[in-house]
Design a protein around this ligand. Structure first.
Ligand code: AMP
Length: 632
């Protein structure tokens, strides 16, 4: 069947389409209804069905033909170690840890925060949670104290899983210290236990009565088999935070059954992988791509998943290609920013390696720019395939679904909607636009399975942020601008809201502004995303300093601001530039003129001044531009 035929069926008859795909997995109890849309836009999939993702991702294979086959292939260039776990070994390890958590009193519905480096234990931790029906909240190990504290306060976990430290390019990242500081900073006292994997990398202060040693606990409280909890398909499996337009991160809540079925199906329909394939997503378990395609997707499919602790260019820029050669990786999923970083080095790093195993190379997170696409196509022997999705969706919204049919590639476009996604481009009133016109990318309900259930503890914000834009028309707002061309291909044109995309990851401007404004010398601050050759976008800060700061102290203050952002949010938010101005240019309603700032900073032609900011006169924009020109 062609892509068009399969896609059409998924839209016209979702019940039998998804029902058949769900039959490929194990259910303790079959669903009563494939889709319940009676309480839209809270869509529910496989209602009445009971299942467990851990059972499907681990036990199903450990007690089947995959028992002795690799499940996790871990490679760490940071600590110079590798480790392979077969499906049966993974089953054992997950059960031991599930026993520990169970015996510590972790129950179905409890939250467990995971703040760990890229080690197998992190994945074992995630799987142990879903085995028990506990809801994990993984926080990216590159986020620092205030990001962690706000997530702790929002999710109120009963336990935290962490390690003494991670490592980045040989530098120790003190995770345990960060957990301690975050628990001090958090207002909730929900956390009873902190389980610490001591890798012997960093300092590991242990607080009596709260902190527990991972290895000791496995020996004392671990169990050989913990019965998986029978979960409702509609029960939450995890919370994953992402940035929005306010300072408070949004806790995307994922279900169990819909996510499981969608991910499992995506492995063959989109990534075109099956028995014999070796899958490698270079992301981190702290991001949605890591959840879906380091952990759940490949394991549900029974494939080996490569788990890499390291960066693309350390110890040298040949490391990725050696990993592909060493393990015979057949499918890679990465971000364009990594391609941009790697293409700066001589091609010999790649050409000296045998990459003949590689069949597919996918990218997501930001647009795949044409030069990177062309370079990848030339050196990899297979064209990079762009696909588009977001934390909320959990899997592809737009893709070249090569497992169904490889459609002609148009470089720069993530191609067409993935099955089940009703995507469209609309105007500010929610009316469908002609092909070729720019507008908001929306999804019509029912949302495809796997997409968010709601926001943690905040149904209101779910309704407002995603469904509140077009008043009476119920349309899910992706937050992105797009164009659909005459062939039905979509072209992504960037965020329509005040959210940045740094190296394929979302950061909220408000979040960064709040951190910077806590500096005692700062009177006012604005954060803007500006083009960055390597990272897609970079963080530009412009600030007004308080009167008491002398010009001679500006460099010191800038450095302190930079450090504050790194410490509180994490190195990913490190500013590309910091500039001080006498006043922030604002629109009539008091909004910072981000587009003017961006345009002036980038040296863009401001062009038609009247449309550049929604709520400012031409004169105001011109004045702002003139004021800024001397500043950068
Ligand atoms: P996140 O939720 O952090 O994964 O970020 C999702 C956002 O990244 C999307 O809403 C888009 O703005 C952007 N994005 C992801 N994939 C692509 C892509 N292939 N092309 C363009 N933008 C993308």
């Amino acid at each position: 069947m062609s892509y068009d035929e399969v896609y059409r069926r998924s839209i016209e008859d979702p019940t039998s389409f998804w029902g058949e795909l769900a039959e490929e997995l194990h259910w303790y109890r079959k669903w009563d209804k494939v889709l319940d849309d009676s309480n839209a836009p809270f869509y529910r999939w496989f209602v009445g069905g009971e299942t467990n993702i851990c059972y499907n991702a681990v036990d199903r294979h450990a007690f089947g033909s995959k028992r002795g086959q690799a499940a996790i292939i871990w490679e760490s260039t940071e600590v110079g170690k590798t480790r392979t776990l077969t499906y049966f070994e993974l089953y054992r390890e997950v059960n031991k840890l599930a026993g520990v958590l169970k015996n510590l009193g972790v129950r179905k519905g409890d939250r467990v925060l995971i703040y760990m480096p890229m080690v197998p234990e992190a994945i074992i931790g995630m799987l142990a949670c879903v085995r028990l029906g506990a809801i994990h909240s993984v926080v990216f190990g590159g986020f620092s104290v205030s990001s962690l504290a706000s997530r702790i306060d929002d999710a109120e976990p009963v336990a935290v899983l962490t390690a003494d430290a991670g490592s980045r390019k040989g530098n120790v990242v003190p995770l345990k210290e960060m957990v301690d500081a975050s628990l001090d900073a958090a207002t909730t006292d929900s956390v009873r236990d902190v389980l610490v994997l001591n890798r012997g990398l960093g300092s590991c202060p242990m607080k009596r009565g709260r902190d527990l040693d991972w290895t000791e606990q496995l020996a004392q409280r671990g169990e050989l088999h913990v019965e998986p909890t029978r979960l409702q398909s509609t029960d939450p499996s995890y919370i994953l935070y992402t940035s929005g337009t306010t300072g408070k991160p949004k806790g995307v809540v994922r279900d169990t059954g819909g996510y499981m079925v969608a991910l499992h199906a995506s492995m063959s329909q989109i990534y075109d992988v099956s028995e014999g394939d070796v899958y490698w997503s270079t992301s981190d378990i702290g991001w949605v791509v890591g959840h879906s395609y380091i952990v759940y997707g490949p394991l549900l499919k029974g494939l080996p998943t490569v788990v890499y602790e390291g960066t693309p260019d350390y110890p040298d820029p040949g490391i990725w290609w050696r990993i592909i050669e060493k393990y015979g990786v057949t499918c890679v999923f990465t971000a364009p920013t990594a391609l941009r970083a790697l293409k700066k080095f001589p091609d010999s790093w790649i050409k000296d390696r045998d990459l003949s195993s590689l069949r597919h190379f996918f990218t997501a997170g930001e647009p795949l720019d044409e030069p990177s696409y062309q370079w990848g196509k030339e050196v990899l022997g297979t064209p990079p395939i762009d696909h588009y999705w977001q934390t909320e969706s959990g899997w592809s919204m737009l893709a070249n679904s090569v497992g169904l049919e490889m459609l002609p590639i148009k470089p720069g476009s993530p191609t067409k909607p993935a099955v089940g996604h009703r995507l469209e481009v609309v105007d500010p009133d929610g009316n469908s636009l002609e092909k070729g016109q720019k507008g908001f990318l929306i999804e019509r309900g029912p949302l495809a399975p796997g997409m968010l259930l709601t926001l943690w503890n905040d149904d209101k914000r779910y309704l407002k942020d995603y469904w509140g834009q077009f008043q009476d028309k119920q349309l899910y707002l992706t937050g992105d601008y797009a164009i659909e061309d005459k062939d039905g291909y979509f072209w992504m044109l960037g965020r329509a809201d005040e959210v940045l995309n740094v190296s394929g990851h979302r950061l909220g401007t408000r979040e960064i502004e709040e951190v910077v404004s806590s500096h005692p010398g700062v009177a006012e601050v604005g954060v803007v995303g500006v083009k960055d050759e390597l990272r897609g976008e970079g963080v530009l800060i412009i600030a007004v300093l308080k009167n008491h700061i002398a010009p001679a102290d500006e460099d010191r203050v800038a450095e302190e601001m930079r450090q504050l952002v790194r410490d509180r949010i994490g190195p990913i938010a490190s500013p590309k530039g910091i500039h001080f101005v006498s006043s922030l240019p604002k629109t009539r309603s008091g909004k910072i003129m981000r587009r003017v700032i961006r345009a002036v900073y980038q040296g863009d032609n401001i062009g038609d001044l009247s449309t550049i900011e929604d709520d400012a006169t031409v004169d105001m924009v011109r004045e702002a531009a003139d004021m800024l020109k001397g500043q950068f």
